[in-house]
Design a protein around this ligand. Sequence first.
Ligand SMILES: [Zn+2]
Length: 196
Amino acid sequence: MEKKHMHISYQSDNLAYPEIIIDDETEEEKPKKTLIVIDMQNDFIDGALGTKEAVAIVDNVKKKIKEYADRGDEIIFTQDTHHEGYLWTNEGKHLPVEHCIEGSNGWKIREGLYVEGSPCILKFSFGYTGWKDYDLEDVELVGLCTDICVVSNALIIKALYPEIPVKVDSSCCAGVTPESHEAALQTMKMCQVEIL
Ligand SMILES: [Zn+2]
């Protein structure tokens, strides 16, 4: 049976409504799958802001990265990045614990996780605001922390790409506390992020 292919475009800023294009393509294009690995850095695992829950997800994240890498799917890493004078920044005033200072061991992505050639985004705030440049089609987020940077980026991506599936694997995320991890998963679920 011939399948109609519907394409909804949100790319144009000039349109009041999304452009809906229905064409006669018989072959369904497979969406590009992207794994976004948020801030799997030493300081968030067992460094300045480490938790035992974060340590416990490292192997799961490693497995997940391998699945995407083996299929040849896209993997993007982010790295929380601060500099000298962190304590005087707004984040530093709320969280007076120096972490992820560029170049330090705590700033580095956990050994064995990074896939050579993958983009690595240096992120100076919780949510990255440049996702619109990445042509995302199907996204899964994993990493740290569920309740700060995972939720921030999931919701930014939801806002920029309302028609794509956005998933978060809860076994590959950890929060500042188990309670705030659960609360963030609930918030994302309510915002139609698929929680795996
Ligand atoms: Zn930070």
